[in-house]
Design a protein. Structure first.
Length: 278
């Protein structure tokens, strides 16, 4: 099976064009290809295919085989894929995801896509939208005890669930230990992504992320968006900011006019291959 490996700021996936071929068991393939040393090595598997409601559709599967609703970095990579591989000449495309239809603005340099701006839509803040089993209109700075330590979570859905925690230094946080426990906490019946964020300035955030189903990754596009929304809600940041992730920087803007979150960042081809595994 032909595939392409791509990444957005180091958040890497194996992409399969399902216009040309089918994937009978994407969950099993996601587990197999994601394994370092024994597979391709990736954060998961993304399928690109046709849609009746948008220009294209995507399905994304985490490294553990679970299917996710959305992935901001994968969305940008799909924008680059469909343009640079000749599926479209348009610079504005729509993409159907389990987290809704996303609009992509493709920014070209030398005829190829260099940057992609994604309209991620409106953040959802109600507990039911994540879901999280707490009462109230939104979950803002809510105390959560893990191993005897209290962490304060702000919950945001960007089509997928996020629990954002503000910290003094993300580099000093036990992302694996705390992130895994919060991901599987009973408060989150469908599990959650977890962001550890330092506000360096009102227009500059620093973030590490524990992704649901994949563990710590170098970047999470929807996580960067959720982090900015959470920072604004807590009065810590302005509506436009650079978010520094382990793999690089994203520009995020939460527009007060339409309430949509816009994210701009790169997408990169790594290599093409043929998967021979089962």
């Amino acid at each position: 099976m032909k595939f392409t490996k791509m990444h957005g700021l180091g958040n890497d996936y194996v992409y399969v064009d399902t216009f040309e071929q089918s994937v009978p068991d994407p969950a099993a393939m996601a587990i197999a290809v994601s394994r370092p040393h024994f597979g391709v090595g990736a954060d998961g598997l993304v399928l690109i295919g046709p849609s009746t409601e948008a220009d294209y559709a995507m399905r994304m599967f985490n490294a553990d085989g679970s299917e996710g609703e959305m992935c901001g970095n994968a969305v940008r990579c799909i924008g680059k894929y469909v343009h640079d591989r000749g599926l479209t000449a348009k610079t504005r495309v729509t993409l159907a995801t389990r987290g809704g239809i996303k609009t992509l603005e493709l920014r070209l340099q030398g005829g190829s896509v260099e940057q992609v701006t994604v309209d991620l839509g409106e953040p959802a803040l109600s507990p039911a939208s994540l879901p999280v089993t707490l009462a109230g209109a939104q979950v803002l700075n809510h105390p959560l005890s893990i191993d005897g330590q209290t962490h304060h979570i702000t919950c945001v859905s960007m089509g997928n669930p996020h629990a954002v925690i503000f910290v003094d230094d993300p580099r000093a946080v036990d992302v694996h230990g705390i992130g895994r426990q919060i991901e599987h906490h009973p408060l989150f019946p469908k599990r959650t992504n977890v962001e550890f964020v330092r506000v360096r300035r009102r227009d500059l955030l620093e973030m590490r992320v524990w992704e649901r189903g994949s563990g710590e990754t170098l970047a999470c596009g929807t996580g960067a968006a959720a982090s900015l929304v959470a920072a604004v809600l807590n009065g810590l940041a302005d509506r436009s900011a650079v978010v520094q992730l382990t793999g690089g920087e994203l520009h995020v803007h939460w527009d007060a006019r339409d309430n949509h979150v816009y994210q701009t960042g790169p997408a990169t081809f790594v290599f093409d291959g043929v998967w021979l595994g089962a």
